[in-house]
Structure formats: structure tokens, C-alpha cells
Design a protein around this ligand. Structure first.
Ligand SMILES: CC(C)(COP(=O)(O)OP(=O)(O)OC[C@H]1O[C@@H](n2cnc3c(N)ncnc32)[C@H](O)[C@@H]1OP(=O)(O)O)[C@@H](O)C(=O)NCCC(=O)NCCS
Length: 173
């Protein structure tokens, strides 16, 4: 069961002086996960360096970094712009299941949606991401990704009909 922390964490854009803390938090959050590639923290760094970290939000509690989510541009085979990949997303291990991940994800979807995004893609556990409106779309999964974990959230009526691609840096490791 989710137990909210008090005070509720603040959600805002990352600051340049938080890059090392985001790296460390991501490494610590993913380390125990059996599905982790082990380079999630480096992916964020690479996206930032390449200028394709579309949105990088942090959650802070009493000035301490407690969560982070990254968004980057996604493309479709038929060349439609306006789609974003969600992730990596990380919450401080001792503070997981207290609503921080949800707050970050909802804030990012809301920010990019208000800016005109058509929708979002990710690979992740459907048991978690369906609560944000993501739906499994194995038919639209990039060939090199696990189709059973590929999910899409379309914000508008325009249903995607061609396969998606994550930024090439997702597969550079
Ligand atoms: C996944 C993660 C970002 C979720 O953030 P969080 O703040 O812990 O989650 P929230 O508090 O918003 O939501 C809690 C709910 O999500 C569920 N949940 C959390 N992580 C989950 C996961 N990996 N798979 C399925 N369900 C998950 C919890 O069981 C809880 O369910 P409930 O509301 O039915 O009780 C966080 O657990 C984390 O950093 N995990 C390690 C890194 C990781 O796995 N990142 C995502 C890779 S796809």
C-alpha cells in the first residue's frame, strides 16, 4: 500500500548542480532490480550531453533529492513528431511506494502534454504504468526491445499505427 511522505515532495526541473546526485540516485534505485541493464544512470548523462533530455524532473524533500524522471524524444516509423519516451525513473530506495514516482510521472506527462505532446512510450511493468493510462502495445514495440513490456500512452484521439523507436542512445550501451 502507498504511504505518502510528509511534507509532500516538491517537483521541479533539475538544476545543473544536481547531475551527480541524479546519477547516484539512479544507480542505487536500479541496482537491486533484476531487469536493470546497469547503465541507466549513464543513459541520463548521455541524453543530457546530446541535448535530447527533453524534460528532467526531480523530486526533493527537505532540500534532499528523493526522485528523478527523464523524458526524451521518441519517433515513429512514419515520422510523426511529438512523442516522448518516459524513463529512466528512480525513487530513493528507502522512500519507494510513498507516491514520489507517481508524482514525478504525472508532473512530466502534464508538462509535456500542455506543451503539445501527442503521447509517451516506455518499457516497464504494466502493473505499475497502467495507473497513468499506459497500455501494452507489443505490436508497436521497437524490434530490439521486450514487446511484453512495451507500453504507449496516447494523449489525443490520434492512435499510433506504426512502430516506435527510442532515441538511439537507449541502445548505445
Ligand atoms: C518504479 C519506481 C520509480 C516507482 O516509484 P514509487 O515512488 O516507488 O511508486 P509510487 O509510490 O508512485 O507507487 C507505488 C505503487 O507502485 C507499485 N510499484 C512500484 N514499483 C513497481 C514496479 N517496479 N512494478 C510494479 N509495481 C510497482 C507499488 O507496489 C505501489 O502499488 P500500490 O499503489 O498498488 O500499493 C520506484 O519504485 C523505483 O525507483 N524503482 C527502482 C527503479 C525502477 O524500477 N524504475 C522503473 C523501471 S521501469
Amino acid at each position: 500500500m502507498t504511504r505518502p511522505i510528509s511534507p509532500a515532495p516538491a517537483i521541479r526541473d533539475e538544476r545543473p548542480d544536481e547531475q551527480a546526485a541524479i546519477h547516484d540516485l539512479t544507480q542505487r534505485a536500479f541496482a537491486p532490480m533484476p531487469f536493470a541493464a546497469g547503465d541507466e544512470q549513464d543513459l541520463i548523462h548521455a541524453l543530457r550531453n546530446a541535448g535530447v533530455l527533453s524534460l528532467s524532473l526531480v523530486a526533493t524533500s527537505e532540500e534532499k533529492l528523493v526522485g528523478h524522471v527523464a523524458f526524451s524524444p521518441a519517433t515513429t516509423e512514419d515520422g510523426r513528431p511529438g512523442w516522448y519516451a518516459l524513463g529512466p525513473v528512480s525513487v530513493e530506495p528507502g522512500l519507494q511506494k510513498s507516491g514520489i514516482g507517481s508524482a514525478l510521472i504525472n508532473a512530466g506527462i502534464q508538462r509535456l502534454g500542455a506543451a503539445g505532446a501527442y503521447g509517451f512510450i516506455l518499457t516497464g511493468n504494466p502493473a505499475y504504468y497502467t495507473r497513468f493510462g499506459f497500455r501494452p502495445r507489443p505490436d508497436l514495440c521497437p524490434p530490439q526491445d521486450p514487446a511484453e513490456y512495451f507500453m504507449v500512452l496516447a494523449l489525443g484521439d490520434e492512435a499510433p499505427s506504426s512502430r516506435f523507436a527510442f532515441h538511439s542512445l537507449f541502445h548505445a550501451g
